[in-house]
Design a protein around this ligand. Sequence first.
Ligand SMILES: [Mn+2]
Length: 341
Amino acid sequence: MRINKLLKEINNDGYILLSKPEDIFYYTAFTGEGYILISENDKRIYTDGRYLEQAQKESPDFTLFDVRNLKKDLKEIKQTVYFQEKHMNFFMYNGLLECADLKPSKIDFNKLRSVKDEEEIKLLKQSAEIAEQAYLETLNFISEGKTEQEIASYLNYQMALRGGQKTSFDTICVSGKNSSLPHGKPTDKVVREGEFITLDFGCIVDGYCSDMTRTVAAGFITEEMEFVFDLVLRAQDDAERALKAGISGAEADSVARKIISEVGYGQYFVHSLGHGVGVEVHEYPNLTYTNSEKLVKNQVVTVEPGIYLPDKFGVRIENTVLIEEDRAISFQKSDKELIIL
Ligand SMILES: [Mn+2]
């Protein structure tokens, strides 16, 4: 059981207080608001009336408590309470400090979630497939004269129709000059011929996120656009092919970065190659030059190089892949080649 692994991190000595929603979901399946207080023989959910019935259904192995009694109950616990130091605000911390022997847990929660089990992989595939089908449908909708907002809304609607319970993050749809903003917001700018349109999107299915990016063009492209697109595609393809258990985040990043830097575009690849995906859309491990830790089987990561030429255009292509012993398998099956609409 996941909780037993977690309690091992404190040698089963004391309590762990979970306050981060994604970790609460991961360890208890509870999707409402509240706190989790657990020790070897005591498993509690602190929540309020809005979530009581839901908590009973989602987390039958836990005992439910009124969140208003959290401080009072902590006073009665005579053991150390390890809290999530990266997810406790100052106000809450001060309030709890007087009630308990409070210590930062020092547990790397993100790392504990990074290797996925079969059920998680199934859900990650499902959410990737829903987002991808929605994207393919959206390709029929994109045309000259549509605004970025219209295209983003259409894509969101198509994901929802297919079972996406919400988006993994605010859908990015940027076109023309706006596409040089890696995380630009969709605006009321209309798409014109000769422009790139970058779509970066994903949805959540039963708690699990998807994340993919495609860059398409309207009407025609210039030679420079074609050159940059082909460069990003080659970097993405080669990096995806290089991924497998045993290579480090830094090595993965350098495969793509080398290809882009060799022809002088290194300075325009302004972010890392990728990140883990799970109950959070950005989680451990990062594929970046500072991460020398090796990838392991059943981690799920994105591969998303990009080139952004300020005031001109940008290109990003992203798949999310499952790390296996000797390869990586992409959850996305659709073409990465340039599509001109
Ligand atoms: Mn991403």
